[in-house]
Design a protein around this ligand. Structure first.
Ligand code: SAM
Length: 285
């Protein structure tokens, strides 16, 4: 392990290049020694919002030129920044957490690598990983999928696409959209354990687990504030499978075609409309 303290490096200039620096997601004590060292010694800091990063640097007692950057910047602006990395150490930070994880930086890192610039990463806080560790959900296989789409159909399509994967799914979420996402997750086949990890590393950190329906009921009564990671456990052992026709026939013994289609869609993950059409055929004989 390299145990050099940040102070011991202060007089040594940094090698030119791009330094990808993770910063706290709430608790400022989570900044790493190495992040402080690089932020102190870099020539400039590229950041999403100069006010947010300015506050962090002020808290750390650091003053460096700040340069606003996001991946939507015109290619010319990125070229200039990559050009500067030939002679300068440029630190890239996002508003919080690990740059590039649902945050700007991918294009910059890609272009820097293509230009033969040295790229160094300084790992640190990341809400997805913090949520995963807190949730108690299986983490031997997990899939980070960023934010779910806001539109109902697109959200349902993504969930159908990911729903059969044998891994814990990790999403970033916002308070106003949480209930809709939980309802949509409740439609996935199999018994899923779900976790809502909120305000991680902050004063009101909480992590609630349960079924999607239980969590939806709770958050309907207690509208969630702050930042959220939503985690969905892998499909349970009890995920029902079987011949859809057989399942529909059984369901039609007690349910209307629309209800039978909904039940079998939930159990199998198959398309509800197609199942409804088939249920009508079976009922007609
Ligand atoms: N790059 C960041 C990272 O490494 O975590 C994520 C940036 S993304 C634009 C912001 C989202 O991350 C928030 O909407 C929320 O879903 C999640 N997030 C960030 N900080 C969080 C926190 N303290 N607690 C829970 N979720 C958080």
């Amino acid at each position: 392990m390299d145990t050099q303290s940040p102070e011991s490096n202060l007089s040594i200039p940094l090698e030119p290049g791009l330094y990808i620096v993770a910063t706290p997601i709430g608790n400022l004590g989570d900044i790493t020694l190495r992040a402080v060292d690089i932020l102190r010694r870099c020539d400039r800091v590229a950041c999403e919002d100069t006010r947010v990063t300015g506050k962090l640097l002020k808290h750390l007692g650091i003053s460096r030129p700040l340069h606003r950057y996001d991946d939507h910047a015109p290619p010319r602006a990125r070229e200039q920044l990559v050009g500067a990395m030939r002679s300068e150490a440029v630190a890239l930070v996002s508003d919080a957490g690990t740059p590039l994880v649902s945050d700007p930086g991918y294009r910059l890192a890609r272009d820097a690598r293509e230009a033969g610039i040295a790229v160094t990463t300084l790992p640190g806080p990341c809400a997805a990983i913090a949520g995963l560790t807190l949730s108690g959900l299986p983490n031997d296989r997990f899939l980070f999928a960023g934010f779910l789409p806001a539109k109902e159909k697109a959200r349902a399509d993504v969930l159908v696409e990911l729903g059969s994967i044998d891994a814990t799914l990790v999403f970033y979420e916002t308070g106003p959209r949480l209930l809709k996402s939980l309802w949509a997750i409740g439609e996935l086949p199999g018994d899923r354990e779900v976790a809502v990890a909120r305000e991680l590393t902050k004063l009101h950190e909480e992590c609630r687990t349960g079924s999607a329906a239980e969590l939806a009921e709770y958050y309907e009564a207690h509208p969630p504030k702050g930042e959220i990671v939503l985690l969905v456990g892998p499909p349970g052992e009890a995920a029902p499978t079987g011949d859809p026709d057989q399942l529909l026939r059984e369901a039609l013994e007690t349910l209307k075609p629309s209800q039978a289609a909904a039940q079998v869609a939930k159990a199998t993950g198959l398309d509800r409309k197609a199942l409804y059409a088939r249920a009508m055929e079976l009922k007609a004989g």
